[in-house]
Design a protein around this ligand. Structure first.
Ligand code: FES
Ligand code: FES
Length: 175
């Protein structure tokens, strides 16, 4: 067993783990955060995507010991105040508004892939968005509304969809 200490959504989680434990299982079973989904568990579907040091990675392909002393953001930490405020992030809200999900199984990974894209590329083209989510499989939506959701989030983050309410992130009444 090896002791690891991982910062998950700004909270330090320390545990003795087997060297073979994946980061995915650490997040789900040790940290107790079930929003990171297990899909294929061999790097194909993207359902397990989280941010490690700001980079979108597949947590089923990383061992927990490799993430020792690193910062991880899971879907639970994406919303306001690292998830503590209960408010959705702009990306999450755009997914709801643009109908970017159906069953929701792929959604945590899609949202985190989008968060990573928009942190690096605030004015993405649709091609950029498609490239960023190209490793995330969705069986339900056909991807079109997911792309629309990410483009909507990009607009709002750039204040292009900023109608009123200064001090608010965006006007939720906008379509
Ligand atoms: S569960 Fe990790 S890529 Fe599918
Ligand atoms: S919303 Fe069902 S898999 Fe994407």
């Amino acid at each position: 067993m090896i002791q690891v200490s991982i910062e998950v959504n700004d909270k330090t989680v320390t545990a003795e783990v087997e060297p073979r434990l994946t980061l995915l299982d650490f997040i789900r079973d040790v940290a107790g955060l079930k929003g990171t989904h297990a899909g294929c568990e061999h790097g194909v579907c993207g359902a397990c995507t989280v941010l490690v040091e700001g980079n979108a990675i597949r947590s089923c392909l990383v061992l927990a010991v490799q993430a020792d002393e690193q910062e991880v953001i899971s879907i639970e930490g994406v919303g306001g105040d690292l998830g503590r405020s209960g408010e959705l992030s702009i990306v999450q809200d755009a997914f709801c508004e643009a109908h970017g999900l159906q069953c929701g199984y792929c959604t945590p990974g899609m949202v985190l892939a989008a968060e990573a894209l928009l942190a690096d590329t605030p004015n993405p083209t649709e091609g950029d968005v498609r490239e960023a989510i190209s490793g995330n499989i969705c069986r339900c939506t056909g991807y079109v509304q997911i792309v629309e959701a990410v483009m909507l989030a990009a607009d709002r983050l750039a204040n292009r969809n900023y109608k009123s309410k200064p001090g608010q992130p965006y006007d939720q009444t906008l379509g």
